[in-house]
Design a protein. Sequence first.
Length: 91
Amino acid sequence: MEKIIFATILVAGFCLIAVGLLTAPVRSKELACTNSGGIISTSSCCLSSGDFPNTCLIGACGCQLENSHDVRVCECPEGECFDGNSCVQID
């Protein structure tokens, strides 16, 4: 019985670690956004875009509605865009 309990705890621990590793990149982008003055929001972006796309590039969130889905984005202060790592001045 003790072996079954130990094995269950071990499997649960591995699952928690795996979930943490899978969500770490998104948490990193969240922090990068807020630490550089942005706020986290949602927007309709192209199907090929994932969460926190580079909004400094033209096209990431410019597809027609039928070719778009909602993703999390970083809304930067006026005159700035999110380059995937932080809010930066628009040239």
